[in-house]
Unconditional design. Structure first.
Length: 92
C-alpha cells in the first residue's frame, strides 16, 4: 500500500483522496482471482484500515457500510474479524 501513515498525520491528505484510496483497495481485494494473493492483500488492507482508524486519520461515518461489507466478505481472515470488531466498537 502506497499510503504513508506518517504523511497523513503531518500533511493532512484530503478526505476524498483517502476514501477513494480505501475504496480502490477494497475493490482490488474483491476482484483478485488468485486466492493466496487475495487473502494476503485483504490482511494488508485490514491492517492499514485499523491503523488509519486508530490514529483518527479517517472518519468511519462515510465508510462504515463499505468496510463492514468488506469484513463480512472475508469472514475467515483474522484481520478482517479484528477490523469488524473495531468498526463496531467505534460505531456504537
Amino acid at each position: 500500500n502506497g499510503l504513508s501513515l506518517n504523511a497523513t498525520k503531518e500533511e493532512d491528505l484530503p478526505k476524498e483522496f483517502i476514501h477513494c484510496y480505501i475504496s480502490h483497495c477494497i475493490t482490488s481485494c474483491e476482484a483478485m482471482m488468485d486466492k493466496f494473493l487475495q487473502i494476503r492483500f485483504v490482511r494488508l488492507v485490514c491492517v492499514l484500515l485499523q491503523s488509519l482508524l486508530r490514529k483518527s486519520v479517517v472518519d468511519i461515518k462515510g465508510l462504515f457500510a463499505e468496510i463492514q461489507a468488506f469484513c463480512l466478505t472475508f469472514p475467515r481472515v483474522k484481520e478482517a474479524n479484528l477490523l469488524f470488531r473495531l468498526i463496531k466498537s467505534i460505531e456504537g
